[in-house]
Structures are given as structure tokens and as C-alpha cells.
Design a protein around this ligand. Structure first.
Ligand SMILES: [Fe+2]
Ligand SMILES: [Fe+2]
Length: 169
């Protein structure tokens, strides 16, 4: 059987690594009172370009759509919850941007942490519930189609080196 979710789980690992660094940075910022705008600008760029623009786009536009076409092979429909969480993540990013514009470091920390905790639990649900459901619901032909469509999604302008720079500053 073909597998079309391992690649997404691998992307989760990259997102989780960045999240760990962000949470650490929030703790540091709270303790020292130092405000590292450059770091958070890079984080927002990473989220918009990679986590949302690349990874969530593959889920929303390709995998979730394919799953919805196979609803009769699924015992429930967790996709609306997943979409809602993607939207909630975008709200946190907006909150981070607004806090940065007004130099509100407390608001920035709050929204950044909100995003991180949301994504950690979201990723856990996808890795353990949603993706196994997708693997069961789609047949090999549909998986081939999904794979083809994946390759058409733009990788975004956030390069691998940029991600490395965030994880290993
Ligand atoms: Fe997702
Ligand atoms: Fe995901």
C-alpha cells in the first residue's frame, strides 16, 4: 500500500522543532524582559510560508479533499475540527503581528504560546488519528493522485537553511 501521510508527518517534525525553540524563547523573554523582534519576524515568516502556506495547503487543498470524497470509508469526520484549528492558528499569528506592531511583548508571548500549544495538540491528533484514517480510506489510485498534487504545491520562500537557522541559531 502506498503511503501519502508520512511526508506530512515528517513536516510536522520540522514544525515541532521550531515550536520548541519558540517556547524556549518565550520563557527567556519573560525572564529577561528582552524583546527579540528579529527572531519573531523569522518565526512568522516560517509559519506563513512553511507551516501554513506549504504544509496546511497540502492538507486542506489535497489530502482533506480526497478524504471527504471517501467519507463512506470513515467512521467519523474530523476534518471540520482540523480546519477550525488551522484558522485558530492564523488568528494567533495575526495576534503576534499586532502585538509586534505595538511593541507589546506580553501580547506577543501570549499569542506565540497559544499558537505553539494549539499546533502541538493539532499535530498529535493528525499523526495519531487523522492520518491513519486517511491511509485506510484512500485506495492506491487515489493516493497516486494525491502524491501528484502534492508536488504541485509551492514550497514557499522559506528555505531549508532558514529553518536550520531558526532551529540552530
Ligand atoms: Fe493540520
Ligand atoms: Fe499537519
Amino acid at each position: 500500500m502506498k503511503n501519502v501521510t508520512q511526508v506530512l508527518s515528517d513536516e510536522h517534525q520540522t514544525i515541532l522543532k521550531v515550536i520548541d525553540v519558540v517556547l524556549e524563547k518565550c520563557d527567556q523573554m519573560e525572564k529577561s524582559g528582552e524583546y527579540d523582534a528579529g527572531f519573531f519576524e523569522k518565526v512568522i515568516q516560517f509559519i506563513k510560508s512553511y507551516a501554513d502556506g506549504f504544509h496546511h495547503a497540502k492538507e486542506e487543498d489535497i489530502l482533506f479533499k480526497a478524504m471527504l470524497e471517501n467519507m463512506d470509508h470513515m467512521h467519523c469526520n474530523p476534518i471540520p475540527v482540523m480546519l477550525h484549528e488551522h484558522d485558530a492558528g492564523r488568528e494567533y499569528v495575526k495576534g503576534m503581528e499586532e502585538a509586534m506592531q505595538s511593541g507589546n511583548s506580553k501580547g506577543l508571548i501570549e499569542n506565540a504560546r497559544g499558537y505553539c500549544y494549539l499546533l502541538q495538540s493539532h499535530i498529535e491528533k493528525e499523526d495519531n488519528i487523522l492520518y491513519p484514517m486517511a491511509e485506510q480510506a484512500l485506495d492506491d489510485l487515489q493516493k497516486e493522485e494525491v502524491e501528484k498534487l502534492y508536488s504541485s504545491v509551492n514550497k514557499g520562500d522559506f528555505l531549508k537553511e532558514d529553518i536550520q537557522g531558526l532551529i540552530f541559531p
